[in-house]
Design a protein around this ligand. Structure first.
Ligand code: HSE
Length: 311
């Protein structure tokens, strides 16, 4: 049996504008890395975290990576196993790109590989959702499901869990910009209204159905015009510097859609080719630097594979 492993798990764009908590896709970069080693001493420890500026807990019961590995070992009835974990954050925390999910999924994928893949990706999902609950108070699956399974996913139902892989146009690029302001998911969830008007619900489910149809039909126009969010974006957009100007920039530079990635502050646009995606991120970054806000940009197709073993 292999006794050490290095795993990468990808960042994700959750919600995909109109699908709050039910839609998400994985990207090729950024992502996080976990190095895991089996040891003789039963129990799970975190020995090192890099790239987090000291923000993440080393306490194994509080860190989402180790806590979900503990749950996993408990579930497969192997409390005798000893595990030491190094977490290397390669992406910003609190960015709206599924930072905690990428770490948690890398950890779960690593331990499951070391335990000869006893559980399927579907069976690992509830452990990853527990990690999200620890990170932000609610076990939403729209980051962890695509991080774990790769691709574009729909969470058709939470109880029972029903995850559907969706197709998408091959040449669809996500142009992602992370403005360097902090938006913790926990706070961004608390500000959302819990009651919605029926007329807004009608608009929203029309758009979700339109987006899913557009993905199946590989119809960029339908995808673009369906990516409108009347429930969450009007509230959360105030957390993002000059959000509506950034939208104008994305759409006037060839973007087919624009919106918040997850709970923000990252924003993203879909584009039909890589050059357009580059141009959109450049123009958005230029605007943000005019506002004296630093930013990072990522361009990616949908990541089909999810987590992967590096060593
Ligand atoms: N669906 C979650 C939310 C995603 O919007 O709060 C968080 O990244």
């Amino acid at each position: 049996m292999k006794n050490s492993i290095k795993v990468f798990a990808p960042a994700t764009v959750a919600n995909v504008v109109c699908g709050f908590d039910v839609l998400g896709f994985a990207v090729n970069e950024p992502g996080d890395e976990v190095i895991m080693q089996l040891t003789d001493k039963p129990g799970v420890v975190i020995t090192k975290i890099t790239g987090d500026n000291g923000r993440l807990p080393l306490d194994a019961s509080k860190n989402t990576v180790s806590a979900s590995v503990q749950h996993y070992l408990h579930h497969i009835n192997r409390p005798d196993i000893g595990v030491s974990i190094e977490l290397h954050k390669k992406m910003p925390i609190g960015s709206g790109l599924g930072s905690s999910s990428a770490s948690t999924v890398a950890g779960l994928f690593a331990i499951n590989s070391l335990m000869n893949n006893q559980l399927s990706a579907n069976e690992l999902l509830p452990f990853a959702m527990k990690g999200e609950e620890l990170a932000c108070g609610y076990g939403h699956a729209d980051n962890v499901a695509p991080a774990l399974m790769g691709g574009f996913v729909l969470i058709r139902s939470y109880e029972p869990l029903d995850i559907i892989r969706l197709p998408h146009p091959d040449n669809m690029y996500a142009a992602i910009v992370y403005p360097e302001v902090d938006v913790p998911t926990k706070d961004a969830r608390q500000m959302i209204r819990s009651k919605v008007l029926l007329k807004d619900a009608v608009t929203q489910w029309g758009n979700i159905a339109g987006l899913v149809s557009g993905l199946f039909m590989k119809d960029f126009d339908l995808i673009g015009r369906s990516m409108t969010d009347v429930l969450v974006e009007p509230t959360r957009s105030i957390l993002i510097p000059d959000f509506y100007k950034l939208r104008e920039i994305a759409l006037s530079n060839g973007g087919i859609s624009f919106g918040i990635s997850g709970s923000g502050p990252s924003v993203f646009a879909f584009a039909k080719d890589e050059n357009t995606a580059h141009n959109i991120t450049q123009q958005i970054q230029q605007h943000l630097s005019g506002l004296k806000i630093g930013s990072k940009a990522f361009i990616s197709k949908v990541n089909e594979g999810g987590p992967r073993i590096l060593d």
